[in-house]
Design a protein around this ligand. Structure first.
Ligand code: NAP
Length: 457
């Protein structure tokens, strides 16, 4: 076992192992977590309580997660050397223990030099010196601007698929008429595209060099005062993502996989993503799939029993389709940027980010996370909705194969929402609802699981 400087590896519990590419999960797995910045600690406390209760109720002590704290963002600044927001041993621990869960992290947005990890405010030097305190909240936890820790985690751990199931929970207020028709799982490529971080700022020598190359050597024309970003999309990156999406559809008996792209405009990146997707479907899953062209050419428009339909849609059309005919979609595979937009839009359609879960999955490790940010204005108010992280925990339990505990949480969460006992974000959209704190919402879910267990007994 790797030795760690700040991470305390628990005495009890065992490591999850990979055997022949499959997870081997002990009854007492050690699972690393970090609560995150801003409202992260509030939602993590509620989530951990719900997960522990569900496991206890489902397995009567025969299984249990042994939690191990690791550090990133503000917690890393507090525990490691100055300005360390993502320690190497956090990455090592996630790789070694295979499955981890995290709260949201502050990510700098503007062009300022320093970032406050408590309230997300950004500011410049103070008379040429590093500011001692945040101008907005007064905290001392200011650190020089850094690249998104979330993006670094995904890239450094090669967590190439961002998986986001989006479905409606009965009782959740939402803007569409038939939310029950919406039940999709989005596989978003997580490491390439414009997120590769290959950008050149206008006015820099690097930008000038790239501009000169593109205009003089490649014959392209565009304004010389442009910022320049590069969008790499590879065959390897596309095919491993689409392969995972198709395998998921097979394992979960889903009717279709839709490859979403903007290939009509970006032919050699997004268009290639589509072509490589069909290639992997036809070469690796030939006996399990039918393409949309084959559906009409060979099967008169009727999908043969047991087969999965592989189709593709242009990204902008996909937004319309998800609003108008959501029940025609099941699993989506998308490049990075499109997937980012579609995931949030889809979550809004069924009631918002507060209850949208997510996971970042690679071949060696998986990291489950809340999909929303740190919501800094609610920090330490015990107020925001922990549903997103709780449902990410449900995805994690399913990943471990602990389906009974996962099911208990989902039905208790549904029950809690149907009782109209919810956090402020849902309460303000419901009539006659009772507003609960983050911790109370977690308690309410745990109570429902307890009731379900005593009825079953
Ligand atoms: P945000 O933290 O997601 O919050 C935006 C708004 O969404 C909140 O003000 C709140 O709306 C609502 N919201 C978010 N989480 C909620 C929850 N759990 N329950 C109920 N409502 C919730 O987005 P942001 O303010 O743009 O970003 C803040 C920081 O988080 C930034 O540093 C950003 O980069 C970072 N971020 C991190 C991640 C991540 O770690 N995965 C993802 C996105 C953003 P109302 O005010 O209307 O109630």
């Amino acid at each position: 076992m790797t030795s760690y400087k700040k991470i305390q590896v628990p005495q009890e519990g065992q490591k999850i192992e990979l055997k022949n590419g499959k997870l081997s999960v002990p009854d007492f797995p050690i699972i690393p977590f970090f609560a995150g910045d801003g409202t992260g600690p509030d939602i993590w406390r509620a989530t951990r309580h719900v997960l522990d209760q569900a496991i206890k109720t489902a397995y009567s002590g025969k299984k249990k997660i042994v939690w191990m704290e690791i550090y990133a963002g503000l917690s890393a600044l507090k525990n490691y050397d100055k300005d360390t927001v993502l320690p190497q041993e956090t990455l090592d621990a996630i790789n070694e223990f295979r499955v981890a869960i995290k709260g949201p992290l502050t990510t700098p947005v503007g062009g300022h030099k320093f970032v406050c990890l408590v309230c997300s405010a950004e500011q410049n030097e103070d008379n040429g010196r590093r500011p001692e305190k945040c101008v907005k909240c007064g905290s001392e936890w200011l650190t020089p601007r850094f690249r998104s820790v979330n993006v670094q985690l995904r890239q450094k751990l090669d967590l190439y698929a961002c998986v986001r199931p989006v479905r409606w929970f009965k009782g959740v207020p939402c803007p569409v008429k038939e939310p029950e028709k919406f039940n999709i799982v989005i596989f978003r490529e997580n490491t390439e595209d414009v997120y590769a971080g290959i950008e050149f700022e206008n006015g820099t020598p690097e930008q000038k060099k790239v501009y000169d190359f593109l205009t003089k050597e490649m014959g392209k024309k565009f304004n010389p005062d442009s910022g320049i970003g590069i969008k790499p999309i590879s065959k390897t990156g596309s095919q491993r993502l689409i392969r995972m999406a198709i395998q998921y559809a097979i394992d979960h008996q889903k009717p279709s996989v839709t490859i979403v792209h903007k290939g009509n405009i970006q032919k050699f990146t997004e268009g290639a993503f589509r072509d490589w997707g069909y290639e992997v479907a036809k070469t690796e899953f030939r006996d399990k799939i039918v393409t949309e062209a084959e559906l009409w050419d060979k099967h008169n428009g009727k999908l043969p029993a047991g087969k999965i339909l592989i189709k593709d849609r242009i990204a902008d059309q996909t937004f319309q389709q998800l609003l108008l005919r959501p029940d025609e979609y099941s699993v989506l595979a998308t490049p990075n940027l499109n997937g980012d937009y579609i995931s949030d839009a889809a979550a809004a359609q069924v009631g918002g980010l507060g209850i949208a879960p997510g996971a970042n999955i690679g071949d060696k490790a998986a990291l489950f996370e809340a999909t929303h940010g740190t919501a800094p204005k609610y920090t330490d108010k015990d107020m925001v909705n922990p549903g997103s992280l709780i449902l990410s925990g449900v995805m994690m339990l399913e990943h471990l194969g602990w389906q009974e505990a996962a099911n208990l949480i989902v039905s208790a969460l549904e029950q809690t929402i149907q009782d109209k006992t919810v956090t402020y974000d849902l309460e303000r959209q419901m009539t006659g609802a009772k507003k609960l704190k983050t911790s109370e919402f977690g308690e309410a879910i745990a109570r429902h699981m307890g009731k379900a267990a005593s009825v079953a007994a």
